[in-house]
Ligand binder design. Structure first.
Ligand code: NIG
Ligand code: FE
Length: 426
C-alpha cells in the first residue's frame, strides 16, 4: 500500500466550527494511504513514522508537485508548494447527460416568453427529450463528456447525474447507463438518480396519472438492472402534483431507494413537507418554500440544495429563505443544476460566487455547500471533509485563503486534483 505525505500546504478540512472556520490548518500535513486519508493535522504534530529525511530538500517554489517527489522506502513526500488544499468538490444535482441544447429557447425568452410559457407550449424539457431520444448512447456520451470534463477541471470529484430527458424505459435506461459509463471511464464518482417524473412525454400528453404508472414500471425495472442510486421528481404546477409525486416516493421506499425532490422552484406546492415525510436526502431549488416546509426539512434532516445558476438564468426574483434555513439549521448545499433549460452551467466555482452574491451565503457556507453538505445530499459518508478514514479526494488551489474561491469569478485557480490518492491529469 502506497503512503504519501503532503506538506507545505494549508488545508481547509471543512470540519470546522465557529472558532475554526473552514477547519483551516495552517502549515498542515496530510498522510494518504492507498485511497484514503490516514492522518491530517498541523505539520509539527505529524507522527514520527511519517517523517522522512530529504523532505526539506524539496523545491518548495515549484507548483508542479508531481515533478518533485522524493520516494524513500515506501513513503512518497509531496511538497504542495504553499497551496491551499480542500476536499474534492461535489456537484450534488445535475442533469448532465442530455442531447442537444436550448439556445433557441434562450432567444425566445429574450423576446419575452417565460420558462413556464415555453414549457406549456410543448418546448422546454420536452424539446430536450426529443434530442435525447434521437441520440444513440455513444453520441449522448460524447455530447455529455465535455460537460463532465469542465466540471472535473474545476476540482469536481463526485457528481450526481439524473435521468429525466428520456421519459421512456429505453431512453431512461440509456441516460443512466451513459452516466454510469462516464463514471467508469473517468476518475470521478458518479451517483445516478432516476428522474422519470420530470415531465410528461408527448405520448402521454394530458394523461399525467397514466404516465406516473409508467414511471413506477420504469423505476422497478431500472432499479432491478442496478442503475439507480436515488429517486427524484419535479413537483410543480407545470410538472407533477404532490399526490403524483407521493406515488413515486412510495415505490422508491418499497425498493429501499432514497428520495429527493425538485421542490418549490416556481411556486409553493408543499413538496418540501411531502419529501420530508419520506426522509428525503434533499429538497432542491426551494425559492418558494414556506416556513413549515423548512421546519419539516429540519425535522427530517433533509439538505437544502440551492441552485443559483437556475435562479440567475431564469431571472427569478424570489430568493430562497436562507435565513430560515440557517435558523432551522438545515444544511445548505450548492450545485450547478447543469441542464440545458434552466442552468446550462458547467462551472461549480461560478456557483460558489453566485451563492454568495445572489443568495448571500458566506464563502464558508458556500464551500461547505459543495463539500460537507453536498455529500449529505447524496447520502455518502466517506468524503466531503478531509479527516482520517475519508477518501483521499482533494484539490490543490493556487489561492492564499479559502474565500478567494468564491470571491473571484471566471477564474480557475486549480493546481491539481487527487482522486482516491491518485493525482488526476487536468
Ligand atoms: O432543475 N426544474 C426542473 N428541471 C430542471 C430544468 C430542466 C429543463 O428546463 O430542461 C431544473 O431546473
Ligand atoms: Fe434540476
Amino acid at each position: 500500500m502506497t503512503l504519501q505525505v503532503w506538506t507545505n500546504c494549508r488545508i481547509a478540512t471543512m470540519q470546522g466550527d465557529a472558532a475554526h472556520p473552514y477547519g483551516l490548518i495552517d502549515d498542515a500535513a496530510m498522510v494518504v494511504q492507498g485511497e484514503h486519508v490516514a492522518w491530517v493535522g498541523p505539520r509539527r504534530e505529524l507522527p514520527r513514522q511519517y517523517l522522512q529525511q530529504g523532505a526539506a530538500q524539496l523545491n518548495s517554489t515549484q507548483i508542479d508537485t508531481a515533478q518533485h517527489d522524493i520516494t524513500q522506502h515506501d513513503i512518497t513526500q509531496h511538497d504542495a508548494a504553499g497551496a491551499l488544499i480542500t476536499p474534492g468538490l461535489i456537484d450534488c444535482h445535475t442533469h448532465l447527460v442530455y442531447g442537444g441544447n436550448r439556445a433557441s429557447e434562450f432567444e425566445l425568452r429574450l423576446q419575452g416568453a417565460t420558462y413556464e410559457e415555453i414549457a406549456k407550449a410543448g418546448g422546454g424539457i420536452v424539446s430536450t427529450v426529443k434530442a435525447t431520444r434521437d441520440a444513440a448512447a455513444a453520441e449522448l456520451e460524447a455530447q455529455s463528456l465535455p460537460r463532465l470534463q469542465r466540471l472535473m477541471a474545476e476540482g469536481v470529484t463526485t457528481i450526481e447525474i439524473k435521468s429525466g430527458y428520456g421519459l421512456a424505459l429505453e431512453h431512461e435506461r440509456k441516460t443512466l447507463a451513459v452516466a454510469r459509463a462516464l463514471g467508469r471511464s473517468n476518475p470521478v464518482t458518479v451517483r445516478t438518480t432516476f428522474l422519470g417524473a420530470h415531465a410528461t412525454p408527448p405520448e402521454f400528453a394530458g394523461r399525467n396519472d397514466d404516465y406516473i404508472d409508467e414511471v413506477l414500471r420504469m423505476l422497478a425495472q431500472l432499479h432491478g438492472e442496478g442503475l439507480v442510486d436515488a429517486v427524484d421528481a419535479f413537483c410543480e404546477r407545470i410538472a407533477f402534483s404532490t399526490v403524483q409525486v407521493e406515488r413515486v416516493f412510495q415505490a422508491a421506499q418499497a425498493l429501499g431507494l432514497p428520495v429527493k425532490l425538485h421542490a418549490e422552484q416556481l411556486s409553493d406546492s408543499g413538496g418540501a413537507q411531502l419529501a420530508a415525510r419520506y426522509g428525503a436526502l434533499s429538497c432542491d431549488h426551494l425559492e418558494w418554500v414556506s416556513d413549515d416546509g423548512v421546519a419539516a426539512m429540519a425535522a427530517a434532516g433533509s439538505v437544502a440544495v440551492l441552485l443559483p445558476g437556475a435562479y440567475y438564468f431564469l431571472r427569478e426574483t424570489q430568493l430562497p429563505p436562507v435565513d430560515w434555513l440557517r435558523q432551522h439549521k438545515v444544511p445548505m448545499a450548492i450545485s450547478t443544476d447543469c441542464n440545458p433549460g434552466s442552468s446550462p452551467c458547467t462551472s461549480i466555482l461560478l456557483m460558489l460566487n453566485m451563492a454568495c452574491t445572489l443568495f448571500r451565503l458566506t464563502p464558508e457556507e458556500a464551500l461547505a455547500g459543495i463539500t460537507r453538505h453536498a455529500v449529505q445530499a447524496l447520502g455518502l459518508r466517506d468524503r466531503g471533509v478531509l479527516a482520517a478514514g475519508m477518501r483521499a479526494d482533494f484539490v490543490l488551489w493556487n489561492v492564499a485563503q479559502p474565500a478567494e474561491l468564491s470571491y473571484c469569478f471566471g477564474a480557475n485557480p486549480l493546481i491539481a486534483t487527487v482522486y482516491g490518492g491518485v493525482m488526476r491529469a487536468t
